[in-house]
Design a protein around this ligand. Sequence first.
Ligand code: PMP
Length: 366
Amino acid sequence: MSSQNQPNLRIPGPVPLPDDVLKLAGSQMINHRGPEYADMLDRMTRNLKTVFMTQNDVYFITSSGTGAMETAVVNTLSPGDKVLSIIIGAFGERFAEIAEAYRADVNRLSFDLGQAADLDKVRETLKGMSNVKAVIFTHNESSTGVSNPLEDLCKVIHEESDALILVDAVSSAGGVPIAVDAWGIDVVATASQKSWISPPGISMVTFSEEAWKAYGESTTPKYYLDIQQYEDYRKIGQPPFTPCLPAIFTLEFALQSMVDEGIENVFARHHEIAQHTRDGAKALGLELLPDPKFASNTVTAIKLPEGLDGKAFLAQVTKNYNVILGGGQKSLAGKIFRVGHMGWVEKSHIDEALKAAEETLKSMTS
Ligand code: PMP
């Protein structure tokens, strides 16, 4: 990246793409209703199931990650359905807003920024509710760098309710293990521009048998995101609508590469680079925002010294070092910066980003 004078893009998605992937994204268009696409769709479907450790159906949708979240909502819920929305940051709030937009009865359970969901509180809340149709939450809260303990959360939800589990895994899937079948997750939503080393444009969902049952009962109006259309067309090896082909080309390549590398190795690589980032930040005397037990393996949120102009900090890092860091969102604006480390990332990318942060902080505080 830097060697070609490209900026070192260290935001939590879209992720930078290596040269071979960039070339692939620039490939000539194909007939999305022809045999070549059918072959690709078949391979992609199989490989995505492998990454998600699932026998459930999986679908590719031309949308960003929010479209996949909306797909989860419109296909399983009906107006008036009771939903428990567990919120640990900005994207959890977005999920709640989507469910509200479709007139679900949304009950929020919120936790402090930097914290994961507390399992006892989730248990207690579910005990106090009845007829919960779905529990919705973010796996990896990109705005705070916190990963919810997904397996344990699913266990508590299954123990205390018959609710569907709808998970926004936009910024975790592909970098962090998600055992859809073993953990009993009904819908998982993710998007191509994150750990999947692709441009934005394609989102992905898994869809369980229970989710299909809920689909049969759902009265929410839907068309573009109606999952039945994706299923009907999948059977004939086609997408229902014209897909974002550049992202399909790269996603097919990424999925095959992940399966060839071995998904445990992909996850181990993400863990290692995340630890390298956290260690590097701490070595600079900086404090991490998240509770260390739940620090994300795809994005690290680092506190800025009190009183420092966060906006000026980000601008100087970019101007002087050609490094693009993520800022804080909403109430965290100006208080933290974020380093993305999902997909294709080498230790040198992280070291360069942290060095830029260190030198900029020195110059701003001296
Ligand atoms: N959820 C999470 C956890 C995310 O990180 C993002 C994107 N940053 C989204 C949802 C929304 O995805 P998109 O911007 O692709 O719609």
